[in-house]
Design a protein around this ligand. Sequence first.
Ligand code: ADP
Ligand code: MG
Length: 384
Amino acid sequence: MAPVSEVAEQFTELYGHAPDGVWSAPGRVNLIGEYTDVNEGFVMPLALPHTVVAAVSRRTDGVLRLHSADIDAPVVELRIDELTPLSDGGWAAYPAGVVWALRAAGHPVGGADLHLASTVPTGAGLSSSAALEVVTALALNDLFELGLSRPELAVLSQRAENAFVGVPCGVMDQMASACCTEGHALHLDCRDLSIRQVPFDLAAHGLRLLVVDTRVKHELGDGAYAERRAGCEEGARALGVSHLRDVPYAELGDALARLTDEKVRRYVRHIVTDDERVERIIGLLDAGDVRGIGPALTEGHASLRDDFRISCPELDLAVETANTAGAYGARMTGGGFGGSALLLVEAAEAETVTKSVEAAFAAAGYTAPRVFPAVASPGARREV
Ligand code: ADP
Ligand code: MG
């Protein structure tokens, strides 16, 4: 985490007055349930120790000033009554979008000064954007005493990203950043946003979850996300349900037989089986069989690679190498076409597996990956 006192000092230097407070919000990895959020299904993210830390002060004159220590650009100054969706405001669109979404929902936000620093890698599929939105939403909720709940803040943050920034993401990332708790994975029902904190203390089991950030982002990703979502909607329509979440796993065979489009059939199979894998993994975790979730993770990868087709050679190599080197299971996580993979390994073997993956990437001529452990960390909170 970026040091809280440093961010507060930078704020004071920048704006000439002290912040009213400092807040943080984490990035996340998703253990299982990919693209299921936009099908009103189930997901299971956990918060990372990597966070966006924001020092913020309240203003009442309608001015919004935004600055990031991580971007080489001056303070962005905006008027809150002139905020326009999709106006290509660069990075500032994320926090400005939150102000816009709060105001559009009728919440009295009068302006703010904000300065942030982040340790969430950007564009690595670890949701730096959601962390940025949620930290802004939480700070404004406190400063203007809006009284909104965590799920409400997450939904408004999602709305900022969808309608203001223009990214058609689901609600998982914002819910994870807002609602995760230390030592737990978040079992989230993306239909009614009900949550359950599932104990996920890998160290207590002698295990480790490694994140392999491939540091690649293939172009294909942007169009593919919308295409997959549209394909899922087409599948739901063809099956006469509002969302694919309503196709029971037990009836998957029948459902697939009714679909004529080969591609839509693959998409449906991925979504319905991934929802089932979320349930299966929860059953195993509840039974204390953490090692037992490994095969379901690897199955989830195969489903994303072969049915949903959003993997890429780097992610496949990370997964295959890890499994050959003794991981219990592995999968790509996030939107695909690059970003990160997750490996479940014996803690004592973490170094060996990491070296194997690094060696395999070097041998293939790929960019060296960044490998680090994912420890289930706290969700967004006020630091000072
Ligand atoms: P991800 O959420 O997977 O990291 P996105 O493309 O959704 O990737 O969001 C990344 C964008 O979020 C960046 O391009 C930038 O606009 C914004 N962002 C993330 N972190 C920061 C930061 N520390 N400072 C400024 N902008 C940031
Ligand atoms: Mg994002």
